[in-house]
Design a protein around this ligand. Sequence first.
Ligand code: ATP
Ligand code: MG
Length: 371
Amino acid sequence: MYLATLKLVNFRNYLQEELSFHRGINIFTGLNAQGKTNLLEAIYYLAVSRSFRTNREADLLRFGSEYFSLKGTFQKKGESSRVGIEYRLPRRLQVRCNGKALKRAEYIYRQPIVVFSPDDLLLVKEGPAIRRRFLDMEGSRLKPLYYRRLRDYHRALQQRNRILKEKRGSSAAARSLLEPWDLALARWGSVIIRERTKMLAALESRAGFHFATLTAGKEMLTLRYLPTIKFDGDPDLLEGAFLEQLRKGYTAEIRRGSTMFGPHLDDFAMLIDGRDARKYGSQGQQRSVVLALKIGEVDLFKKAGGEETILLLDDVLSEFDEKRSAHLLQFLRSRAGQSFITTASPSWAAEQRWSGGAQVYNISRGKVKID
Ligand code: ATP
Ligand code: MG
């Protein structure tokens, strides 16, 4: 799939712009604060009806505007689909695909797209919540079943936590009330843990490959799921172990008033040559890990849906040395899918244009010119 055209009205610092894109590599160049990231954001928003930078639509309105609109044409295996998204204050969002109005929940995740922005480095640097969110987002996009189980699990978790809070201190009464929620938690929770483990294994194999390429085979990436439920690795025994651990933990949980075990507290580690990238990785290494994860995701989408994925890379080249940049570029050139990449370095952009297969766009104050 690729994005052929895009029209923006009142989106961030864009007043009105109409663009058409290359089906291979598109490079957005320009000085700082001119609208490069905003343009990537518009492309992402058109594809999933969400931003990767904010959850508030109002932030996307050009200062002082009442509405914004994005329209574009995606080409998929010879077919084209026209998508239009409009947001209007106070809070009306309209999504249309080939003239048909869709709910956001129906539209979201239809178009395979992956973005890598500097904020994604938090995936390595920060605490576990952001990594769980990554697993849950990717899981939901790859498998509708994952999304449903996650919802079931969180509903059960809420109920269980409410009982633990209300009964804080009196353990006997809580036990019988908790029983049915323990069963639900263990059941849905085990599905989530199994799916996450499978997903990480698939991702490790793809991301590991890209990481090895990026580092010219000198470094190895492994991913390890870190469950709060202790079980000996046999997935069939997981549900039993989950239940057992919940039962053993009653007293402490009642004292604390919340559920202390389960996938809502799990994490995963990214290891470079066996060492935790979070603690020991350099800036460039951490960036390479996240990039490898993101490109690995592209492969997983391709495997799941057969479609080529649009890849957005915001400011990736800063902090990569020449070798890593060259490998990345080679990857972009060799892939069949469309890529968008931003850079503040015009000379780098010009070089890419001369070597072919790339279109360069110059962005200045919300105006885009083909270079
Ligand atoms: P850099 O190279 O520094 O990353 P950039 O070209 O990616 O720069 P953007 O993040 O796209 O820059 O932002 C460009 C400008 O858009 C900023 O100066 C910002 O103030 C402005 N901007 C952000 N949100 C809005 C908005 N809602 N309305 C109007 N302008 C906005
Ligand atoms: Mg930017």
